[in-house]
Design a binder for this molecule. Structure first.
Ligand SMILES: Nc1ccn([C@@H]2O[C@H](COP(=O)(O)OP(=O)(O)OP(=O)(O)O)[C@@H](O)[C@H]2O)c(=O)n1
Ligand SMILES: C[C@](O)(CO)[C@H](O)COP(=O)(O)O
Length: 231
């Protein structure tokens, strides 16, 4: 089986979380969020190599976490860029595997079975992302606060990570986006622009991204619940 590398991006500032410490380093049950995330991939036999992308000022601290928590699959801890897209690109450059998964460092609750299904989806179609169907009715709202459309909910999915691709295809998609001045909020957007067929693989609602303060309460709840389920 061809090798799988994982780029974990954690070089953001976490401005929406409004904490002094960046959200990827906040402690959940005494362990930094980023370590919880790394441990999922470390424990998955499908993963061969991990590149961790962090802020330049945090490279040494993260090398320390990697050593302290024994995350042996990490081949590089490297500095990211000013936008998520640039951080992902720097991570892709550190790998030489045929397949790559890109994952947010602040999504610590992804389940191993879901990352495997995402990878299987990508190996069938060339690219796949985890996602969940939206539960609410979604409205398109104009600048004046008035609703302009109600899209059919059956076609709406909330996109998560990991997102899986052939590494060289994703690199190419990044390079064309960069040369055209396009910035996307996820890697699938770049792949879609490059004409790739990106399959959506249904994931789990607990694979939350820690974004705003109330997500920390959810995180403690999810972690506590998983602990109880194991007892
Ligand atoms: N220049 C950046 C920006 C974001 N990320 C990473 O991309 C993931 C998802 O981004 P998001 O939740 O938007 O994180 P932040 O950019 O840190 O948050 P905010 O937008 O609130 O500042 C996070 O793991 C974040 O660290 C990154 O590696 N490099
Ligand atoms: C990649 C992502 O997690 C998919 O949901 C997301 O797009 C990351 O950044 P955002 O700025 O919070 O949209």
């Amino acid at each position: 089986m061809s090798k799988l590398g994982v780029v974990i991006v954690a070089a953001g500032r976490g401005s929406r979380m409004k904490t002094q410490e960046s959200k990827q380093y906040l402690l959940l049950q005494g362990k930094p969020v980023i370590v919880h995330t790394l441990e999922v991939f470390e424990a998955s036999p499908e993963v061969d190599e991990i590149v961790l992308v962090v802020g330049e000022q945090d490279v040494d601290r993260c090398k320390g976490y990697v050593a302290q928590y024994g995350i042996g699959k990490v081949i590089s801890v490297t500095a990211g860029g000013s936008e998520r897209q640039h951080s992902v690109y720097r991570g892709l450059e550190c790998l030489s595997t045929e397949w790559v998964m890109v994952h947010d460092g602040v999504r610590p609750f992804v389940k191993r079975e879901d990352l495997i299904r995402c990878l299987d989806g990508a190996r069938e179609t060339g690219a796949a992302v985890l996602a969940v169907p939206v539960k609410d009715t979604i409205k398109v709202v104009g600048d004046n606060g008035v609703i302009t459309a109600t899209p059919d909910r059956r076609s709406l999915w909330a996109i998560q990570t990991p997102q899986a691709f052939r590494r060289l295809e994703l690199l190419k998609a990044h390079e064309s986006a960069e040369s055209e001045g396009f910035l996307g909020t996820d890697d699938a957007m770049l792949a879609e622009r490059a004409g790739m067929q990106v399959r959506v693989v249904e994931g789990d609602y607990t694979n939350i991204k820690l974004t705003t303060p109330e997500d920390l309460d959810w995180a403690e709840f999810i972690l506590g619940k998983r602990g109880e389920d194991c007892r």
